[in-house]
Design a protein around this ligand. Sequence first.
Ligand code: 3IO
Length: 335
Amino acid sequence: MRKPTTALVSCLVLVCLLAIPALAGTMVTYANFPPAKTFPAVQMERWKTEVEKRTGGELTVQTFPGSTLLGAKNMLRGVQTGQADIGCISIAYYPGVFPLMSAVNLPVAFTSTEAASLTMWDLFLKYQPKEFKDVKVLAMFTSAPSQIMSKEPVRTLADLKGMELRASGSILRILNGLSARGVGMPMSETPEALQKGVVKGVVSSFDVLKDFNFAESCRHETIVNLPVYPFAVIMNKARWESLPGEVKMVLDDLAREQAQWTGQYLDNHINDSLNWSREQYQVEVHKLPPEEHAELKRLGEPLVDDWKADCAKAGIDAEAVLKDLLALQAKYESL
Ligand code: 3IO
């Protein structure tokens, strides 16, 4: 009598223990390279909150900002090999890897982050580029148009002569076409480079003045409206395949909205950051003489040709992509 009862109880206990993780749903890790205060990490927390709410807790997300799980340069590989389930990549840090979506980093003079982010997402949906075939794309968004933030004033392009400025991707190449010295590095390495004097300024969007406190060392800001930096949130393919259908649907449904939310957040935050920098550090904002904007535009043209050549090598119809990009930009910027 005793023995079967003990066996039965043990069985029940085992079944209950096995059922607990199933009831608690699935947990995924999400790695990000910049610190919690910055906009890529803010959008990550918003995504986590929405996902946990909309799946009723069936999917929980453990976030790792500030390169605590993966850094800027090992993010792509780390997600592909499953060191993190989800990761946020800045496309400009991977030259040649994402030829189609690098279109969003071209000098087409986006004026709003919301428009740039929605353009990026629609372009991705239309082309489903094979450069992302090894991962699942959960979201895409961009930074705001890039500006010069420097220790010394840049009032005209001539002031850039010999100035070491941190950038990545197409902006790095534009800087080198000017007399500046572009220094390529991820944003997460920039605070130290600025502090050590390795660079004398940064070319990125104005959110970083406040979120990295760059306004303290970079008291001069010059409006140049250089390209936006495109970002992608990617998930390990096998991990994605293992998710329940309802969870997959929630994540897919959230993607476009996440692009828009992030764009609107950053467009507002740019103003907030610039106002804060004026009050906190009395930063000065400079405008280039009008003819120099034309000069900047001219300097961007060879980049478009280089990009077309990269596309041709990858079997991408660059003319069609660019036409769609410009049409989407026009559509979203007129809303
Ligand atoms: C960026 C990257 C990380 C954190 C905040 C940021 N604001 C604008 C950017 C874009 C950029 O410069 C980059 O390198 O991706």
